[in-house]
Design a protein around this ligand. Structure first.
Ligand SMILES: [Zn+2]
Length: 290
């Protein structure tokens, strides 16, 4: 029986190194193994909403330095010992039958004697900085585009934390981040139209709305607004809230990693692609760290 406990995390504070105790080594399929530790600075890709990719880096046990090629979520059910890793995870946070932990994926065959030993965990800092820039940029793009398109609503709908009607919440179907970039996919269908959003008018004037959003993004970056990620504890499944001190303040729940101020970004710029056959608009953002 494994002794997997809920991982204590430190990536939400921007940390990239930690010492931790190895709790389990598990076969993860495709010639990979998952090393589970009691604490970690590694950010895992979320199984339910895989927007930010998992961290890469190194795991050092004794004098062995082993590359971590991906970071995923692992769930463990103490009642029957069932373990799920990465895409197999179906339990959702708040499910008290499962323990949620972070799995460091490696391709080197682990040594069983690792369990109980101390490991040094070191995240690839360069990759993390570019992913954090993309994640912060992606949130701000949603706020900027909401504000830029607020006039296109004919009905009341949910508003974002800054008071703009929330196009992002009403139309978003998928969000993916990469190193310094992100793609948000929006469905421009009948259901959005019924909610009161005039997407035909948006598409006709798309250059204007994008320019408005890009002006807002440039002004926020120039103002070097601070960014915080606050949470009730360091437990992996604790609720965390992202907050950016632009005016009005932008705030939303978030489990990813972020820059600590917008001055760490060179710029955030968006462009749009409209896929007529799919009735989808993609907002593609470039958010590069300095
Ligand atoms: Zn987020």
């Amino acid at each position: 029986m494994h002794e997997i406990t809920e991982t204590r995390i430190s990536y939400h504070r921007g940390e990239t190194a930690a010492e931790a105790r190895i709790e389990a080594v598990l076969a993860a399929g495709s010639g990979r193994w998952a090393v589970v530790t009691d604490a970690t600075p590694f950010h895992p890709v979320d199984a339910a909403w895989p927007d930010q990719p998992g961290d890469h880096g190194n795991l050092t046990v004794g004098d062995q330095v082993i590359p971590v090629v991906d970071t995923q979520i692992v769930t463990f059910r103490p009642a029957d010992g069932a373990v799920s890793i990465g895409p197999e995870v179906t339990a959702r946070r708040g499910d008290t039958e499962h323990v949620f932990a972070v799995a460091h994926l490696i391709v080197k065959h682990p040594d069983e004697s690792w369990v109980g030993r101390t490991a040094q965990l070191t995240v690839d800092d360069h990759r993390r900085r570019w992913l954090s820039a993309a994640h912060t940029g992606c949130h701000l793009v949603a706020y900027a585009f909401n504000e830029a398109t607020d006039e296109l609503w004919s009905k009341e709908t949910s508003r974002d934390s800054r008071g703009s009607r929330n196009f992002d919440a009403a139309a978003l179907i998928d969000s993916r981040h990469d190193l310094g970039s992100s793609v948000d996919r929006y469905r421009l269908g009948k259901s959005l139209r019924r909610k009161g959003f005039d997407h035909a008018r948006m598409l006709a004037g798309l250059d204007t709305y994008l320019a408005r959003a890009n002006d807002l993004l440039a002004s926020w970056v120039a103002a070097d607004a601070p960014v915080h990620l606050t949470g009730s504890s360091d437990s992996f499944t604790a609720e965390r809230v992202w907050r950016c001190e632009i005016s009005p303040v932008a705030t939303m729940p978030c489990g990813g990693t972020h820059v600590s101020s917008l001055g760490q970004l060179r710029s955030i710029e968006i462009r749009a692609e409209y896929l007529e056959s799919e009735k989808e608009m993609h907002l593609v953002a470039a958010s590069q760290p300095r």
